[in-house]
Design a protein around this ligand. Structure first.
Ligand SMILES: Cc1cc2nc3c(=O)[nH]c(=O)nc-3n(C[C@H](O)[C@H](O)[C@H](O)COP(=O)(O)O)c2cc1C
Length: 161
């Protein structure tokens, strides 16, 4: 089954997992990048990113090559921002919502503490789907390596096959 891993990662944790998944199942990687990068340091990082997530912003993205007809399955990856998914996924999901409806959809979220469950439910609701095929939550997997994460990622990949 041809799969795309569509993800946003500000500080590398989500990207780290996206790459592992793509390698394990042979998927295409589609990183999303806002035209104007979010601040990535200090107070501004949490203030502007959090505000943008809570306000439901759909920031303009750098162009990506994505043809939904090429894929049977899409895996979305995001950091949790203020208890929801990061705004670049909102832009992408808003653009492609109709084309995504007949795809197999999966989702993973990276967080530092809590909120992945809420982010998952909010993303499913945003896309207008009852449930995502399979989901995965991880705590800062690049910054805090843990063999338990590798097992969770492997199980997620098995469920994607
Ligand atoms: C703006 C902002 C808001 C965040 N909000 C949450 C949150 O609500 N819950 C949480 O557990 N972590 C939160 N985090 C931490 C990130 O979700 C976490 O560090 C994640 O692993 C980062 O992924 P990345 O390295 O791919 O960007 C937040 C980080 C930022 C920058």
């Amino acid at each position: 089954m041809k799969t795309a891993v569509v993800y946003y990662s500000q500080s590398g944790n989500t990207g780290y997992v996206a790459k592992m998944i793509a390698e394990k199942i042979g998927a295409d990687l589609i990183p999303l990048e806002p035209e104007n990068a979010y601040p990535d340091k200090g107070f501004k990082k949490f203030f502007w990113g959090g505000k943008s997530a809570v306000m439901g912003d759909e920031p303009a993205l750098k162009p990506v090559r994505f043809d939904p007809a090429e894929y049977e399955q899409i895996v979305f990856g995001t950091p949790v921002w203020a208890g929801t998914f990061a705004p670049p996924l909102r832009t992408f999901g808003g653009l492609w919502r109709d084309a995504l409806r007949d795809k197999k959809l999966a989702f993973f979220a990276c967080m530092s503490g809590a909120g992945a469950g809420k982010a998952t439910a909010k993303f499913a609701k945003f896309l207008g789907v009852d449930a995502l095929r399979t989901t995965l939550d991880l705590v800062d997997p690049k910054n805090k390596p843990d063999p338990a994460n590798d097992e969770k990622i492997a199980a997620f990949c098995d469920a994607l096959k």
